[in-house]
Design a protein around this ligand. Sequence first.
Ligand code: CIR
Length: 253
Amino acid sequence: MNFTHAITRLPGPDFAQGLTTAAFGAPDYELILTQHAAYVAALRSLGLEVTVLDPVTGYPDAYFTEDVAILTPEVAVITRPGAPTRRGEIDFIETALPKSRPLARIQPPGTLEGGDVLIVERQLFVGVSARTNRSGADQLGQILAAYGYAYAPIPVPAGLHLKSSVSYVIENTLLVSPALAACREFNAFNKLIVPPNEAPAANTILVNGSLLVPQGYPLAYRILQTLDIPLIPLNMTEIQKMDGGLTCLSLRY
Ligand code: CIR
């Protein structure tokens, strides 16, 4: 699918108070702004019109815009984040969403974060994780079934979200971390497996024929170089310190 737009949000000065399990040290505000700007520039270089929203006071994780909405060509869905400190973020995304789609919402007791949602053409995979429960996953499955999407819930064995460990990189091919290599729901795809010591490299974004990849994973990079596709490496150190990756920084449509 070709994208024309992306919605991002600047990290705020309080971003280091966001949730994290990473032990990579204290993140640097100036550096995360530089990395965020490079990310936005990369999306723009691929032809996307990128909205950059302002930070939201009191919501230090709000720049992970992917988690609060799901956009398909047919519908927009406001999620219900499983992290209680992030639930209020949904009030600040609706006005930025494209108006051309009907709007649906995940309802209690469901929880769903966009990082758990992988859509490949008409196939919807939803990770059931610490953030997304089965009710939230099934609700999204039902919403998208109305538009012809097949749905499979997938238990998330490692990492924060499903897409921490898997991304769609080229026709019929997934890049997966070793934790998801045996996932039978993905058996219809070719699977490229990132080396065990480079698991975060599994989070990439395919944008209009180019692949955004995190810098610093030389073995995974070599695997991806065998694909006939331009690679755009981006420095993600400060975002990774907050448990984030490439996909979570934008909502693409
Ligand atoms: C959180 O723990 O919710 C944020 N610090 C990181 C969210 C990353 N989101 C994503 O990968 N989709």
